[in-house]
Ligand binder design. Structure first.
Ligand code: HEM
Length: 507
């Protein structure tokens, strides 16, 4: 533990001692309220509640607990009532039948730095501003029209990834698959938004960007002490907010610079009012919108939207491809089947996979579904919050309760899936189950009105990157494939604890 962390805990325990009587009274008062109709759950300790039961991988611990207490369970995390759901039927009640009651997010204190909870679409309450941001995102970024228009751009970025892999191939060098795909996903998104590469391959600046993104994801995934004891909110003594502020400020600084440079270019290039008629990228479209009516879409909305999309879209995409590649290397027969399907389709075409090929690659699509079943990037989705008291399944879900939907547990439930721990893409070949939020046994992108708005983009990016990597290269790991470390590390997204390093061999 570093000195800074040790001091944080020191300060915390001192503070806890001083505040003990208040916290105790608050906890007792809170827990005696309406307890009788809460879903069942394990008894907790005074003050900390069930905190000790979470462990390093809460999605595992809570999956085990729900075997005992059922698919709707209540816990106390500190003083916070938390409802854990882990069956498709119950999830449907929450995010379909009662969707509007659970549209708000439970916002970690660390992300309140920079007013993220007020301005970021991911964390803001589901009011008018959120609806506006969803509409703008749908219309200007992820509509079929917009995605079709940028198809070539995505293909070009994937070719650059393949060129990079080719270089590693010549040097017989092991490559961090997650790292390389992170760069590709970042550049796809940055070209989509600003027509520039935000990151060249293998440079330190990418690592810095990734570190800042990961730090913010970690802040969103792990509850901090003030999250567990809201009474501590007023004591900003622990340095959490400052730390996350630094990361958010670093990333916002990058976007501010890009926006300002574009504004300058537009003022010299385009008509006197600065409106671009070229509409070359998302930034142009959004600046036009901003110029049309500043009150509808401010520049602050814009910079936070960019920050949100880069945080939400990059790591989820790269870690999904990394997990898929790990599973494929670990299961050589599955890799062979996936590659044969692609080679067969592409045999008369002297090029790499294009977006329109994906619909003819059902096995590749099944590999992605199977990866998202076993390794959902957001194992609890992104926690929601009850807007008011809600009756679900005969239980009371109290106002402000945090809702954790354990999609990781649902993906491995033997009542839902045959051989749930095995990687068998074939299971998806003769069913219509999809991850678009209608089939509640497979909801890695969430469901209901707050479902992931980047789903359409991810649905195109994932198969084209994964398919290209296995079409053009065979992959070897140092040692035996069976020794690939499949341990997970938990933040708001589920990462491989040990990154996959593999040597590409040109086919
Ligand atoms: C493998 C890829 C991805 C996965 C598995 C994923 C998963 C999720 C999940 C589970 C949620 C919460 C949904 C809910 O509460 O029901 C979410 C929200 C979100 N995702 Fe994604 N995502 C992915 C890619 C992307 C991409 C590429 C973008 C954009 C570039 C994106 C942007 C967002 C945003 C902005 C939200 C917040 C929406 C809101 O709160 O209204 N995601 N995502």
């Amino acid at each position: 533990m570093n000195t800074h962390k040790r001091m944080e805990y020191h300060t915390f325990f001192l503070l806890l001692c001083c505040l003990f009587p208040f916290i105790y009274a608050f906890t007792i008062c809170n827990s005696s309220r309406r307890n009788s109709r809460l879903p069942p759950g394990p008894k907790g300790f005074p003050i900390i509640g069930n905190l000790l039961e979470l462990g390093a991988n809460p999605h595992h611990s809570l999956a085990i607990l729900s075997k005992c207490y059922g698919p709707i369970m209540s816990l106390k995390l500190g003083s916070r009532t938390t409802i854990v759901i882990s069956s498709p039927a119950i999830t449907k009640e929450f995010f379909h039948t009662h969707d509007t009651s659970f549209l708000n997010r439970s916002v970690p204190i660390a992300l309140r730095a920079g007013d993220f909870d007020k301005y970021s679409m991911m964390w803001m309450p589901a009011g008018d501003q959120w609806r506006k941001m969803r509409r703008i995102t749908k219309e200007y970024l992820f509509s079929v029209l917009q995605l079709d228009a940028r198809e070539f751009l995505q293909w070009k970025k994937v070719q650059e990834l393949l060129n990079h892999v080719d270089e590693c191939c010549k040097d017989e060098k092991a490559l961090s698959i997650g790292g390389a795909v992170f760069t590709t996903a970042l550049n796809i998104l940055s070209n989509f938004m600003f027509s520039i590469d935000l990151a060249p391959y293998g440079l330190e600046s990418v690592q810095e960007f990734k570190d800042a993104v990961c730090a913010l994801l970690e802040a969103g995934g792990k509850p901090s002490l003030p999250d567990l004891f809201p009474i501590l909110n007023s004591f900003n003594l622990l340095g959490f907010l400052q730390k996350e502020n630094v990361n958010a400020t670093k990333l916002l600084g990058i976007f501010d610079k890009i926006i300002n440079e574009r504004l300058q270019t537009r003022s010299t290039l385009y008509s006197y009012d600065g409106v671009s008629t070229k509409n070359s990228d998302v930034l142009d479209l959004l600046l036009n919108l901003n110029l049309k009516d500043e009150s509808i879409f401010t520049q602050n909305d814009m910079r936070i939207l960019f920050l949100t999309l880069f945080i939400a879209g990059n790591d989820t995409t790269s870690s999904t491809v990394e997990w898929a590649m790990s599973e494929l290397i670990l299961n050589p027969q599955t890799m062979k089947t996936a590659r044969s399907e692609i080679i067969k389709l592409m045999q008369n075409k002297n090029e790499s996979i294009q977006e329109y090929d994906i619909s003819q690659l059902p096995y590749l699509q099944a590999v992605i579904k199977e990866t998202l079943r076993l390794h959902p990037p957001a194992p609890f989705l992104i926690p929601r919050e009850a807007i008011h008291d809600v009756d679900v399944h005969g239980f009371m879900v109290p106002k402000n309760a945090q809702i954790l939907c354990n999609v990781w547990a649902m993906g491995r439930d033997p009542n839902v899936w045959l051989d749930p721990d095995m990687f068998i893409p074939e299971r998806f070949l003769d069913t219509k189950i999809d991850y678009r939020g209608q089939d509640f046994e497979l909801i890695p992108f969430g469901a209901g009105r707050r479902i992931c708005p980047g789903l359409n983009l991810a649905n195109r990016t994932l198969p084209i990157i994964l398919g290209s990597l296995i079409h053009k290269f065979d992959w070897k790991v140092v040692g035996q494939p069976k020794d690939i470390d499949m341990e997970e590390t938990f933040a708001i997204t589920l990462q491989k604890a040990v990154p996959l390093m593999a040597i590409p061999i040109k086919i």
